[in-house]
Design a protein around this ligand. Sequence first.
Ligand SMILES: CC(C)(COP(=O)(O)OP(=O)(O)OC[C@H]1O[C@@H](n2cnc3c(N)ncnc32)[C@H](O)[C@@H]1OP(=O)(O)O)[C@@H](O)C(=O)NCCC(=O)NCCS
Length: 243
Amino acid sequence: MTRQLHPIEINTKTGEPFLRLPAPHQNIILTPPRQGDQSVLTQHMNDPAIYGWIEGPPVPYLPEHADDWIQLVKEECDATLEYLRKSQEDFPNGPLQFVDVSPVRYLREVKENGEDILIGDVNFKRSPFEEVLDEVERKRLREENAKKQAGDPTIQYAFGDWLAASHHGKGIMTAAIGLLLSAWAIPRMSARHVVAHTFAGNIGSNRVFEKNGFVNRGLFDNGKTVRGERKKMTLLEWKHDQA
Ligand SMILES: CC(C)(COP(=O)(O)OP(=O)(O)OC[C@H]1O[C@@H](n2cnc3c(N)ncnc32)[C@H](O)[C@@H]1OP(=O)(O)O)[C@@H](O)C(=O)NCCC(=O)NCCS
């Protein structure tokens, strides 16, 4: 199993895959979502310091929203793990097979007694091409990009992330994004073009991407309205050959 998961490790006690952040954040790991994450997720998704900067979550965020979400993201991570398990049987000596998501994405802080708590999420998806102002062209590019096979280096991916407010400003997300890019996205997804779309004024998020080599391409307005408010966005762009 382990070869096709490389460099993801397996927790010997629980069998759960994980990636560990580098020092000084080695007490933080990335794992798949778990059944049981719903209540902590619901707390954070109701925090305006988090939902104010992301598009997805309904407000107020109800337990049934968390149930639906955990089912969705757990299925996606589990399917990727299953594919890699199958690949281990089909290609026991390699080559490593490409996938188009990271099966580990939830940040957990591991306490001294070994218990851990959910503190955030960092993930990739096929890009929504928000920066393309023409709606018809945006849709065309989304569809073309969505059809590409995992491992195609021309796929444009987009990052999404949030972190518990109690943990902001300590360098955690900068480290998590750096790790996911170098340990998973580049070698295991063949990601060569990654973007992030941040709401105007999200200076902290812009900094996280800039510190990871993303270029700030400035503000754009594609007409997006989130919870009744018009949102300008900033495009942050990373290309492998420019890194
Ligand atoms: C954005 C977010 C993920 C950042 O995570 P984090 O672990 O706190 O980020 P880091 O500590 O790694 O880095 C934050 C950087 O922004 C800087 N920063 C934060 N707020 C700032 C502000 N108002 N003005 C200037 N710089 C600011 C910090 O100083 C730090 O930069 P530095 O290392 O150069 O000093 C976190 O704040 C969050 O979850 N916010 C709410 C949800 C969200 O915005 N998600 C992203 C959607 S695109």
